[in-house]
Write a protein that binds this ligand. Structure first.
Ligand SMILES: *Cc1c(COP(=O)(O)O)cnc(C)c1O
Length: 369
């Protein structure tokens, strides 16, 4: 017997999350200095200038523990979202909040329901708790929402053991999204004792009439938990700040599980400042909308299939050549994201870059295709 034998089976069976390749790593390997990364849905415009401007002052006292209650960030978030501070749980990225939720509800006797092609982390946090993931087949390729969450199929998987349902809206890596009427009807029919997690990591990018305003539903659905992040449109992925909004009672539970200092001082200050940077957020939204449109037109013109996206990325079908194209793009200094680990080996997920980055991408793809 070794100490590894004593480790929990569900932990030994976990597959580590495979992140996008870091730019520095590729540049080191190729001996180049102008690589671009379109692999992790980061903001290509950088971070909010308002956030950057508070970092120096926030770093003055990093010998002190951060504010464990994230007072100022929660206060401003509460104002912005129209909710009470006691409904907000701060995480070290929203992935941390997903983990808090799983640990609050899931054990070996429990099940969590999620969709095929849903964000990888739901399955990971479920398995880490020893619970079973029940995976509903996604909508068909030729349906209204190709590869999207099939809410009916998800409802069909609810059992006596279900404790959590994970929904990504929009989802990563598919970019698919759910309309307000459909999602609302779904949640209405979920038994009250099951937690419904709606992950809105790309919320600020979405500009669609039928997209839900879930903050309005929190009072009616005490089992609803909405998660959001500062990693995407606010450009603070490196500082790790995300949050959930829920009933105060659920928030109280998560705060018992939460590590007291999971939000660091720089992240909390930068997130607080970024919230007021409407100019940067609007710029990012517009730049993304035009980049996404440009990408869709480029692939349309070549008859290359992609999944229509509401996020800041496009998942494109390259068929059998997808890994070859991934490698060839890498050799030319462009990092995109294979999604074979999602069971989508024919696809590559490409984050929306700036206009010059997209031109560089098109130029290389023109040579390759
Ligand atoms: C990027 C992403 C997140 C955010 O992760 P952080 O931990 O906040 O950086 C959460 N959910 C989905 C679906 C994502 O794509």
């Amino acid at each position: 017997m070794s100490v590894i034998d004593s480790a929990l089976v569900q932990i030994k069976q976990l597959h580590p999350y495979s992140p996008g390749k870091p730019i520095e790593e590729l540049e080191r390997e190729l001996g180049i200095s102008n690589a671009i990364k379109l692999a992790s849905n980061e903001n290509p415009l950088g971070c909010s200038p308002k956030a950057r401007s508070v970092l120096e002052q926030a770093s003055e006292h990093i010998e002190l523990y951060p504010d464990a209650n994230a007072y100022y960030l929660k206060q401003r978030l509460g104002e912005k979202l129209g909710v009470d501070e006691n409904q907000i749980t701060i995480g070290n990225g929203s992935n941390d909040v997903l983990d808090l939720i799983a640990r609050s509800f899931l054990d070996a006797s429990a099940e969590a329901v999620m969709s095929q092609y849903a964000f990888m982390v739901y399955g990971m946090v479920t398995q880490a708790c020893g619970a079973s993931a029940k995976i509903a087949p996604a909508c068909a390729r030729d349906s209204e929402s190709p590869y999207g969450h099939d809410l009916e199929a998800m409802a069909g998987l609810i059992s006596d053991k279900t404790r959590v349902i994970f929904i990504a809206n929009p989802n990563n890596p598919t970019g698919t999204w759910l309309r307000a009427d459909a999602l609302e009807a779904f949640i209405e029919n979920v038994p009250d004792h099951i937690a419904v997690v709606v992950d809105e990591a790309y919320f600020e990018y979405v500009d669609l009439d039928q997209y839900p305003d879930t903050m309005q539903w929190l009072e009616r659905f005490p089992n609803l938990i909405v998660t959001r992040t500062f990693s995407k449109i606010f450009g603070l992925a490196g500082l790790r700040v995300g949050y959930s909004v829920s009933s105060p009672e659920l928030c109280d539970l998560f705060n018992r599980v939460r590590q007291p200092f999971n939000g660091n001082s720089l992240g909390l200050a930068a997130a607080r400042a970024a919230l007021d940077d409407d100019v940067f957020v609007e710029q990012s939204r517009l730049s993304n909308a035009s980049g996404l449109q440009s990408m869709q037109q480029w692939f349309d013109a070549r008859g290359i299939e992609y999944i229509p996206s509401a996020g800041n990325f496009l998942t494109v079908c390259f068929g059998d050549s997808s890994m070859q194209i991934y490698q060839q793009l890498l050799e030319r200094g462009i990092i995109v994201r294979p999604v074979g680990n999602y069971g989508m080996a024919d696809f590559l997920r490409i984050s929306v870059g700036t206009e010059p980055q997209l031109q560089q991408l098109y130029q290389v793809l023109r040579e390759l295709l």
